[in-house]
Design a protein around this ligand. Structure first.
Ligand code: SAH
Length: 347
């Protein structure tokens, strides 16, 4: 059965019209879901009982099951949700000075196979539906409603490759962005990709206001081949060409994600090569302290080397930030909570 959360605003209007109901009913239902955030059709008090019954028969609406919730000293909240088919997904809320940001999962598992990542330990089982991503946001927002807090930012950086689930991810972004619903600003929504070139070009052609982040992590083909198998399919030259196209088509700043891996990609020479790639782009580099994954053997850089790398970029005129770590006291590292849970199930 389809979920009511799969419907974009226009789909909702179409759905009610298809039922022979007035178009404004679509707006009412959308607002009940995302403004008033009710949990049951019966709570939509200006929608008739007959309509409740029909919607109930045709569209699932039940909330995700919370398998686990951890709250860190720094305010980070980590959720493990269970989907209707029993799959589990991780969602993380991070508290920043500029607002509250939620990191959303886009697939159950991931096939990109990046060598340093915990998510890829579990192969992709399926794509998430748009509504399953919407519900991650909604579950967290309902949790925050108790404190009168609001999600201001969303990053599609949880488990999965968003551009390997392109249509659903775009629908998801449009649903949470809609100003009659959650109204999360397009410029506050970031999609992160490991570099699926054809999808970057498609995204460029759509001219959205959503932000694009590229998981770069290595400034040469040699090193990127070693860390990220996707680089065999789309090597750096092709990736940079697609990004040039994106930049030409969209007047938007790009982000490069760059995990600092001790002794791997953190030398001055790497900084110099990275700066060369950034030349001519309006790009911001996010340096990410590596969250160590036991199974992989890569090591986190110490803070001194991280600062040195950051300083090198500054000197080379590259705009960069050194991302602070969140929720270090809980299982906050990308995919670790889920990996632990799934492992536990088999024992
Ligand atoms: N597949 C997409 C989005 C999910 S990964 C992508 O590759 O961008 C989101 C980000 O977290 C990526 O930049 C990824 O490389 C990074 N990441 C993965 N494992 C990490 C770890 N253990 N520590 C820090 N960052 C990690």
């Amino acid at each position: 059965m389809k979920s009511i959360y799969d419907l974009k605003y226009e789909d909702m209007e179409q759905m009610v019209v298809d039922h022979g109901w007035k178009k404004y009913r679509g707006k009412q239902i959308f607002q009940w879901l995302y403004r008033k955030r009710v949990d049951h059709y019966e709570d939509m008090t200006d929608v008739s009982k007959d309509m409740h019954a029909i919607l109930q028969d045709e569209y699932r609406m039940e909330p995700l099951k919370v398998l686990n919730r951890q709250i860190s000293k720094d305010g980070t909240r980590k959720y493990l949700f269970e989907l209707a088919d029993g799959s589990s997904v991780e969602t993380v809320l991070m508290v920043y000075h500029y607002g509250m940001s939620v990191c959303v999962t886009s697939q159950v598992g991931c096939n990109m196979g990046c060598k340093f990542c915990a998510s890829g330990l579990l192969k992709k089982q399926r794509d998430l539906a748009a509504g399953e991503m919407v519900q991650q946001i909604l579950m967290v927002q309902k949790d925050l409603d108790a404190d009168n807090e609001r999600i201001s930012h969303v990053v599609v950086m949880g488990t999965g490759e968003p551009f390997d689930n392109y249509d659903n991810v775009m629908d998801f972004c449009r649903i949470i962005n809609h100003d009659l619903g959650l109204g999360i600003g397009a410029r506050h929504i970031t999609i992160s990709t490991c570099g699926l070139v054809p999808k970057i070009r498609r995204f460029a052609d759509e001219h959205t206001q959503f932000n694009l982040a590229i998981s770069l992590h290595a400034p040469t083909n040699e090193l990127r081949d070693e860390l990220m198998p996707v680089n065999h399919a789309y090597p750096l030259e092709e990736l940079m060409d697609a990004l040039r196209y994106y930049a030409d088509e969209n007047n938007r700043r790009l982000s490069f994600e760059y995990i600092l891996l001790k002794g791997k990609n953190d030398s001055f020479e790497h900084a110099r090569q990275l700066a060369k790639l950034c030349k001519g782009f309006d790009v911001f580099v996010n340096l990410i302290p590596y969250n160590q994954v036991d199974e992989h053997g890569f090591k986190t850089v110490d803070i001194k080397s991280a600062m040195a790398f950051y300083d090198s970029l500054m000197k080379l005129n590259v705009k960069a930030t050194l991302r602070q770590e969140h929720g270090a006291d809980i299982d906050a590292a990308c995919g670790q909570l889920r990996a632990k849970y799934e492992r536990g199930k088999t024992h």
